[in-house]
Structures are given as C-alpha cells and as structure tokens.
Design a protein around this ligand. Sequence first.
Ligand code: GLN
Length: 582
Amino acid sequence: MKYVLVTGGVVSGLGKGVTASSIGVVLKACGLRVTSVKIDPYLNTDAGTMSPFEHGRYLCWTMVDLDLGNYERFLDIKLTRDNNITTGKIYQSVIDKERRGDYLGKTVQVVPHITDAIQEWIERVSMIPVDGKEDPVDVCVIELGGTIGDIESMPFIEALGQFSYRVGPGNFCLVHVSLVPVLNVVGEQKTKPTQHSVRGLRGLGLTPNILACRSTKPLDDNVKEKLSQFCHVPVANVITLYDVSNIWHIPLLLRDQKAHEAILRELNLMGVVGEPMLDEWTERAKICDTLLEPVRIAMVGKYTGLSDSYISVLKALLHASIYCRRKLVVEWVPSADLEDTTAMELPDAHETAWNALRGADGILVPGGFGDRGVLGKILAAKYARENNIPFLGICLGMQIAVIEYARSVLGLKDANSTEFDPNTKNPCVIPMPEGSKTIMGGTMRLGSRRTYFQDGGCKSVKLYGNVGHVDERHRHRYEVNPDMITKLESAGLSFVGKDETGRRMEVLELPTHPYFIGAQFHPEFRSRPGRPSALFLGLIAASCGQLDGLLRDPPRHLHGMATANRGTQSAPRSPFSTAAST
Ligand code: GLN
C-alpha cells in the first residue's frame, strides 16, 4: 500500500479537497486503484449526529456529504463513514479502549496512544476495497483538513510524521497545497507565505515532496526555482494550480505539469504503471467551457443561502446538464419567500422568488427537515404540477408533493406530514413504524435500499434503463402513509416504485404530466460526472425538451450505476468518448 498525504498551508479554502481528489483521478487514470481518507481535526465523533435536532439536521448530514462526496464522485468509488476520521472518533476509540482496560491501567497519552490510534485507523481503512473488488487498492490519498499550524491538527501531524517514517521512503508522498499571492500592480508572485508554511511543516517533522501552488496564473520559472531552493523540493515537483474555468480541468492541469510522474517517482511506481488516460475528463472540461444554451432549474429549499448544503444535488444537476449539453443555471428560491405571509411582510422577496420560479425550465425540491418553508415548497410543487413544469422532488420533496396532491386534488385541506402537524386529521406522511418516536438518534432509515418498479412503462423505469429494481441511498424518518395510497392512486397519482414489502412508497409519478417525479431516496449521491443519475437526467432533459428522445432511446449505462456497479473500473459507455478513464 502506498500513501499520498495532502496538507494545506497559508490559508484555508485553497481547494485542498479538490486537489486531493484530482490527484486520485490522475493516479487512477494511470491504472492504479485508489481509495481515500479524509481527516477532520474537529471533535465531533460523527458528522451525522452533530446537534441532531435543534440546529437543523440538514446541515449536519451534508457535512459528511461534503467531506467524502468529492472523492466518491471523482474516483467513482463508495466510501464508508470510517473513511472520515475526526479527532472525536479517535479520542472516543482510545477512551473506550481505556475503559475496557486494554491499556492495563497505564497512563494514556496523546503520544503514543492517540497517535498510534490514528495510524492504525488510517491503515485499517486504507485496506478496505472501495471499487467492488476483493483485494485492497494500491494507493490511499489522505487529506488532512485544516491548515498547517492549527492547534487542532497537531496530534495528526505527529502521527503522520511517524507514519511516513514507518511505511518508509518509496511508500509515502507528501503534497503540500499552498498559496502564491500576487500583490502589486506588476503582478509579482510572492513565495514567502509558502516558504513559511513549508518551514512550519518541516518544524513539525514532515517534509513535502511536492508543492501544489494555488495562484491566479501559472508560476514564472524563477518563482518555481525560488520555491525549489527555499523549500528543498525539485523544480519539477513545483506544480501550479492556477485558476481554471471549470473543475474538470484540475486533473488535466496536474497531468500537463507531470504531477503524476513526480508522485509516481516518490512512490517507486515509475515505469510500473501507464500514462494517465484522461480522455473523458478532457472532453468534459472542453464541453463544459463551450456550453452556451442555458437550462434554468429553480432549487426550492430552506438553506438557500448556503449552497454547500446542497452540493450533491448541485453536482447531480451539473452532471445531467453536461450530458444534455446545456449550461446549468440554478435559481435559488428560498421556499419561505414563496409563501403568502412573505407577500405581506417582504413583498420584494416574494416577487423575486415567484419570478425565479416562473422563469425556470424545471423545479427541484430537495430533501430537508423541519417545517420552516414547507408551505412554500408545497406551492412550488403545485405550480409545477398545474403548469406542466418538469418537477423532481427528493425525499422531503416527494413527501410535500404528496401533501400537495392530497390537499389540492383530494380536497383534504389539512393533509400534512405528522412531522409538521402531529394532529392532522389527514396524515399522508407518517413516521416509519420501525423508528422510535422518543429516541431520536439512530432511528433514520439510512443507506442503500432496494426499490422495485411496479410499472414497466413509467418514465423512471425507462430512465433507469428498463430495470426491475434499483438500489439508491436513503436518509429519512417519515414515509408516505400506506393507508392513503388507494385514495391517492385513484385520484391519478401513481406510485411506481416500492420497497420489498410493497407498503413503502419509493417513487411517485404523475402520468399525465410531462415530468413530475418524486423519490423517497436520494439519487444525487450516486450521480457521477460521466454517468448522471437517471432521475436528474430526466429532469434536465424534460426541462430542455429532450425527454422524448431520451425515453425512446433509454440510456442503458445508467442502470449499472444505480444497481450493482459500485465504481468498478469497467466504466460503462460514456457520452463523451469511447475511451473511459474513470
Ligand atoms: N424530514 C423527512 C423525513 O425524515 C425528509 C428527510 C429528507 O428529506 N432527507 O422523512
């Protein structure tokens, strides 16, 4: 097993995660099998259980998504929650061991106990195959969160220093991501911050092999030489990550500057693997730069000020838009602004929200928790349904579509989810029986579950490539009330996907509508750059008039992603090129 450690210096927000994922992409494109570990030096033991109720669970869960989602999308792999290490998790494991008496009553200390636990964790997790194969992968990319010098990351730095010594030269490569600012009008590229940051790194016992410098423009040769001299890194190992027009360029940027050769040299893999095959990435980067015709999607959510919370949904929309050769324009619509009360209190906000909704080619209501803005989401679903606007409702988005249908079509004015109105006389969304109503933690229905399609002719089946079932990821506590199904179905709403019992609704469609689909699962998590998620693809295609063609000639390769394919290298037919590289 070989390790590539990615650290960050000077400032946060340099795109360390994207750099680390892109390094993984280039190594994978050379023929290596790659996994990843993300270290977050904060105390929470599990991002999924951070302030579970009071502070809005949605943000908490998306933190997991943010941390590992980029690796999953870029490397086309499926990681576990253990691939994310936090200070809290490490301390918890050491304290648990101490309580069990494993340390035989000895004094338990940061060094060696915490540092050992970190190393053991990394080693254990890096051995887990992530691409559906049996044997361990070849390379593990470790991203250390935070910036060198942070108090929080000290035990990790110490552990990684020991680790690099233990695995030995030829098995460990340190890439330090740094910033080269341009200060004056002449545009001089300043190396001092990087020098300081490397000095800090060395002082802590780590020696960088490669410098990845963020800068607006490519670094001048003399700047590279200076960095090489002061930081003791060969000039060939000084890479510039200059500003690019889209994210797909970053692996190409690394390849063009021969970063893979520098890494392979450090890992003693030169000559063992081939040249990186990045045709698909090259094609996608190019396509993305030339897209002009927009497709406008209104994203009707709660935390619309924080686009990071919806990062997977955004990426899934992007993957689908590129497939349809459209430039994605997302209109953020804060759902509460659509409500009548806002019209009174903040008429401008109300008008802006409705204008954005009316100007959209398609409407998406993503998942969420808590009742703020729910009415606005219901109004958005109603608008989409009545005006034949393509609509995709995910998780809560599907639940509100059911509530809307019950209210408007069945005439049940107080129809609601018991999440929002525990006393409603017409509960059309209710807690799942297996969940506990009193113990809130850990009662979610989580992870990959199977959905069986009921109707071979429906749109979602076709989009998934005419399959009988799909496995998609879940994260919910409530479900559509099984006792309301007959009523809803006789009024025209069709539940086309159900779980194995047939009592849990997974996918709904409105057959009379051009594209009105709701999914209890989260299809966004399985979307990949070259293989958009079926339901997102349907939404985008419907929003730009391509759905009929798509349904006539269903994209069979999407099926692989949604079911058995967990990121094997035998990539299915790509819309971009014949040479599949991811
Ligand atoms: N709040 C809803 C539930 O718990 C929806 C969750 C979600 O959108 N992820 O079922």
